[in-house]
Design a protein around this ligand. Structure first.
Ligand code: EPZ
Length: 415
C-alpha cells in the first residue's frame, strides 16, 4: 500500500491545473457501449477508478488505449453483457454499465457494485428506473440479471440519484419512442454526459435541468470529446489553499459547476478573485458557520470532508449536516488525533470547534473523500504526517504528489 509523507506546515503558491472529472469520465466510458464506432475521450483523468472501468470494458470485449490523458475505446468487439465480477464489486460506477448494456443487448448481468463505505448505498432508484422501462430483474448469488424482449421508451423517476439518472438516460437513447425523466439529478457531470451523447447523435432535451426528454434513435456513432474539469478536485484544492493561508490560481475553472460552494465559503469570510476561467484563492480569515450538503446546485457532499478540515482552522464552533449519506464522517478520529476538536452528534451531524493547531501523525484514509481531508490536514499540520493507504485517495485524485510539489509542498509518495 502506498503512502504520502508530508512535512508541514505548508504554504501553497502558484498555479493548479485540475484533471478531467472522475464522475463524468466513468459514465462516458460506459456510454461507449452505445455505439460500435471508436470513442475518444480527451482530458481523461489517469486515476484508479478510470482504470477499473477500462478493465470492465475490456472484460466485455472492448479494446482500449490510454496515454497522455487521451482514452481511445473501440467497442466494436463487445460481445458480452456481464462485466468482470471482481472489478464490478470494487466500484459503485459499475452500475452505470447496465443501462448501455441493456441498450446494446436488451440484457445485462452485474455483480453487486462496490464503492466507498459511506453508507449502505442502496440501488432501489436504479431498479425502479429499470422496472419503469419494463425490464425484468432477477437477483441471485449476489448478482443482478436484467432483460427485456424489446426496449421501449418510458417515464422514469430516478429521485435525484446521480447514477440512476445516468442509467435512465443511457437506457433511453436507443429505446423505441419517447422517454421522459422526472426528478432527474442535475449535477454538471450529467450535463456533460448528455453533451457527449448528443455528439454521438442522441436526441436529448433538458440538459442541466430536472426534467429530461429523449427521443430514441436507431444508432449512435463514435465521437471525440473533451471531459469537463473535476469540480470536486477544484473544491478540494480550494479548501487546502484556504486552510493553509495560501494564495493559488486555479485554471479551467467553471463557476457554475461549483453550485453554492464558492458563495457559502465567501459567507464564512473566504476571498476569491474570478477572471474568466481562472479562480485565485486569496489569503482569508475564516469564521465558523453551518454547512448542509445537498444535491446540485447545493453544497456537494463530496466536498463535505475537505470543508470539515478547513473549518478546524475557522474561529468558533461550526456545524456540518451531511444530508445525503449516513456514514460520511470517517475522518474524525484521525483529525482529532492530530489535534482537531470535532464531535459527532449523530450519523448526520458533526460539530467543529476551531481554530485548532494540528500536529503531524501517522494516519490512514478509509474512503476517497476522507482521504482528501487527511491530505489537507497533513498540509496544515506542524511536522511530519504519514498518510497510509493512499491508494484509496488515488481512486479520484490524479498525481497529487506532483501537483502539490509544484505548489511548493514538501511531499513524497512511498510505494
Ligand atoms: C454519485 O454517487 C457520485 N459517484 C458520488 O461521488 C456522489 O457523492 C453522489 O453521486 C452524490 O452527488 C459517481 O458519480 C460515481 P446518488 P451515487 O445515487 O449516484 C441515495 C465520490 O466521492 N440513493 O446520487 O451513488 C443514496 O443512498 C462519489 O466521487 C438511494 O436511496 O449517489 C444517497 O443517500 C461518492 N437509492 C443519495 O441517494 C439509490 O438507488 C445520493 O445517492 C441510489 C441512491
Amino acid at each position: 500500500m502506498s503512502k504520502f509523507i508530508i512535512n508541514g506546515p505548508s504554504t501553497l503558491k502558484g498555479d493548479f491545473v485540475p484533471s478531467g472529472a472522475k464522475n463524468a469520465a466513468l459514465k462516458m466510458i460506459a456510454a461507449s457501449l452505445l455505439t460500435k464506432d471508436k470513442v475518444i475521450l480527451e482530458n481523461c483523468p489517469d486515476i484508479t477508478d478510470v482504470h477499473s472501468l477500462i478493465s470492465l470494458m475490456e472484460s466485455l470485449g472492448a479494446k482500449t488505449n490510454f496515454q497522455n490523458n487521451i482514452l481511445e475505446i473501440d467497442p466494436s468487439g463487445v460481445n458480452k453483457f456481464r462485466p468482470d465480477d471482481d472489478v464490478a464489486k470494487k466500484i459503485r460506477a459499475s452500475i452505470v454499465l447496465v443501462g448501455p448494456l441493456l441498450a446494446r443487448f436488451n440484457k445485462a448481468q452485474i455483480a453487486h457494485p462496490g464503492g466507498c463505505l459511506i453508507g449502505n448505498r442502496p440501488l432501489d432508484a436504479h431498479m425502479d428506473v429499470f422496472r419503469q422501462y419494463g425490464i425484468k430483474i432477477n437477483y441471485k448469488d449476489k448478482y443482478y440479471s436484467f432483460s427485456t424482449p424489446i426496449l421501449t421508451g418510458a417515464k422514469t423517476f430516478p429521485c435525484l440519484s446521480v447514477t440512476a439518472t445516468e442509467n435512465a438516460i443511457m437506457t433511453a437513447v436507443l429505446a423505441k419512442g419517447e422517454s421522459t425523466i422526472y426528478a432527474a439529478a442535475a449535477e454538471p457531470e450529467i450535463k456533460d454526459l448528455i453533451l457527449i451523447l448528443r455528439s454521438m447523435g442522441a436526441r436529448i432535451r433538458g440538459a442541466g435541468t430536472h426534467n429530461i426528454s429523449i427521443e430514441g434513435v436507431k444508432k449512435l456513432s463514435g465521437t471525440r470529446f473533451r471531459i469537463m474539469p473535476d469540480r470536486i478536485e477544484i473544491g478540494t484544492i480550494i479548501c487546502a489553499s484556504l486552510a493553509t493561508g495560501s494564495e493559488i490560481t486555479i485554471h479551467d475553472f467553471r463557476e457554475k459547476d461549483m453550485g453554492n460552494f464558492i458563495y457559502k465559503l465567501e459567507s464564512l469570510g473566504a476571498k476569491f478573485k474570478i477572471e474568466n476561467s481562472k479562480l485565485t484563492v486569496l489569503k482569508s480569515k475564516l469564521n465558523s458557520g453551518r454547512i448542509d450538503t445537498r444535491t446540485y446546485p447545493g453544497f456537494s457532499t463530496d466536498l463535505q470532508s475537505p470543508t470539515a478540515v478547513l473549518l478546524t482552522q475557522a474561529g468558533g464552533v461550526s456545524r456540518i449536516f451531511e444530508t445525503l449519506f449516513e456514514n460520511r464522517f470517517n475522518f474524525i478520529a484521525e483529525l482529532n488525533r492530530m489535534g482537531a476538536k470535532i464531535k459527532q452528534i449523530n450519523d448526520y451531524v458533526i460539530e467543529i470547534d476551531g481554530p485548532t493547531k494540528l500536529k503531524g501523525a501517522n494516519i490512514e484514509s478509509s474512503d476517497l473523500r476522507a482521504g482528501a481531508a487527511l491530505v489537507i490536514a497533513g498540509l496544515i499540520a506542524e511536522g511530519k504526517t504519514v498518510i497510509n493507504n493512499i491508494d484509496i485517495f488515488e481512486r479520484g485524485y490524479e498525481k497529487w504528489e506532483n501537483k502539490l510539489s509544484k505548489l511548493g509542498v514538501n511531499i513524497i509518495k512511498e510505494k
